[in-house]
Write a protein that binds this ligand. Sequence first.
Ligand code: SAM
Length: 250
Amino acid sequence: SDHALEYPKTPADMDWVSLYPAYAAKTATEKENDTEFNESRAGDGKEQTKARGITKDVEIADIGCGFGGLLFALATKFPDTLSLGMEIRISVTEYVQEKIRALRAQNAENKTYQNIGCLRANTMKFLPNFFRKHQLRAIFLCFPDPHFKQRKHKARIVSTMLCSEYAYVLRPGGYVYTITDVRDLHEWMVGHFSGHGSFVGVEGRELEEGEVGQCVATMSTETEEGKKVERNKGEKFVAVFRRVEDPAWP
Ligand code: SAM
C-alpha cells in the first residue's frame, strides 16, 4: 500500500542519478577539482551527487508502464531523451529495472538504454512530486486498467483532477498519448481530456506525422498489452491530446 511507497518531497529531492547514472552532472574527476563541491561535501559525498542531479530532465513518462515494452522501444526511438516508466506493482517495477540493467550491460559499447529508468510510484497521488511544472513533452497512458464497474471508475488513471495534474507536468505543445482495447474506457478518456480546458484532441494527418506519428506507432506495437490485443485480433482505440497554452490573464 501507499505508506510503503517512497516519493520525493519535490522533483529536486529526487535521486535521478541512481536511475540515470550515465547522465550524472559531474564526473568523479571533475568533483575532485571542484572546490565549491569539496567545501560543501558532507559525509561520503553521496548526498552531494544527489543534489547535483543529472544533466538532462526526464521528458517522457510512461504511466503504468507494466513490463516496460514501450519504455525499451523509446530508448532507441528517442536516444537523446530521458524516458521514465512508472509502475505501482513492486515485482513488475523490479523486473523492468533488472531488464534495464541487463540491456545496459549488453550494450555497454554503444551506450544504449542509459536513457530509460523505471520507478515504483502511485502516479494517481504523487505525479507533481516527480516532475516540475511543464517538464514533460509526452505522457503515455497505455492500456490503463479499465475498472469496468461504475463504482470503480474513481480508480481510473484519467479523471478531471488527474487531467489537471497531467496538464501541470506537461509543457504547452506536449502530448498525452492514450491507447486501450476497451471502447468505454476510450470514450471516458476522450471525454475527460477533450472536456478539460488544457487539452485539444489531435486529428487526421497530425496523428501520422513526425514525433506524434512515431509515438502512436510505437505505443500501438511495442506495449505488452498492445501485442496481446494484436495476437487476439482485438481492436485498439488510440487518442492523442495536445497540451494548449494557458490563457493569458486579462
Ligand atoms: N502500459 C502497459 C502495457 O500497455 O502493456 C501495462 C498495462 S497494464 C493493463 C496497467 C498497468 O498500470 C499495470 O501494470 C498496473 O500495475 C499499473 N498501474 C495501475 N494503477 C497505477 C497507478 N496508480 N500508478 C502506477 N501504475 C499503476
